[in-house]
Design a protein around this ligand. Sequence first.
Ligand code: IMP
Ligand code: MG
Length: 327
Amino acid sequence: MAINILVGGQFGDEGKGKIISHLALHDKPDVVARGGVGPNAGHTVIYKGRTYKLRQLPSGIIYEKSRILIGAGVLVNPEVFLKEVEECGVKGRVGIDFRCTAITSAHIVEDSETGGKIGTTKTGCGPANIDRVRRTAKLVSEVPELKPYLTDVPKEVNSSKNVLVEGSQGFMLSLLYGTYPYVTSKDTSASSVAADVGLGPTKIDDVIVVLKAYTTRVGNGPFVGEVSHERAVELGYAEYGTVTGRPRRVSESLHWDELKLACEINSATMLAVTKLDVKFPSCKGVKKFEKLPKEAKSFIGEIEKKLGVPVKFIGTGADAEEIIDRR
Ligand code: IMP
Ligand code: MG
């Protein structure tokens, strides 16, 4: 029984969906609640041969007994939400906080026209948050199709004992702590994600920061150690955006100073390292730490030493079950 938060430590696309799906299946939370920005996110979950590409719903949906909630801080695109609810067959167990801001087509048009310099996802998130601050935003309670889903998320979350909260994007895209102005339209740290779903700081048991074994970034802005797309393909690190389809920019290195800051500002108690099998192909599908090759073990050791936080989860493949859980 615990209230845990999971956030990204890099530029998004760390593989949060994969770790969350393991936690949901393994820890069996009563509630899986999504914080973070909105449908600019793209989480991929692969389980029992099915691939889910989620932008609006939490990745924890694959644990079928959990209540699924979207917190007040999350922007909701009604069309995207309704489509995912339909595709995932979660109609009876999903709720949206009645205070959420709705993304309108005008927001998407504005983002497409003005987001070029930052390289936004053009999903309308920035303009919708601007409207929220201007106090002119449309709320989900004004969208008739969403009426059946409206609920009081803080009330539900605070009365549950086993809650998994998932953030979106990553620490280095935070409006406060990221590479401003090349950032998303909101802070992405665990405290903000907690507030998004209505949890106060003393309620949180563990904060899990997820990092990928190498670094990727989509959109513009500074990026230390960037390699060419050709080199990324050679390394096997080439990836394409879930939401935008854009090739992701790739850096071979881990950005230690930023990761240290991510651990500090998120008060990380555990780390999850994903895509170890991409960096070291012989790790594919390994489920016990002892079975990892020597170089992979020392890589994990280096991360723990440099960041001072234990690596409790290691992703060794795309499927939710390809994971080492060291708790
Ligand atoms: P926006 O969040 O769409 O306004 O985009 C701002 C910046 O954040 C751009 O560089 C986007 O590529 C990046 N971004 C937003 N959401 C994600 C995500 O889920 N993964 C990776 N990058 C993201
Ligand atoms: Mg993503």
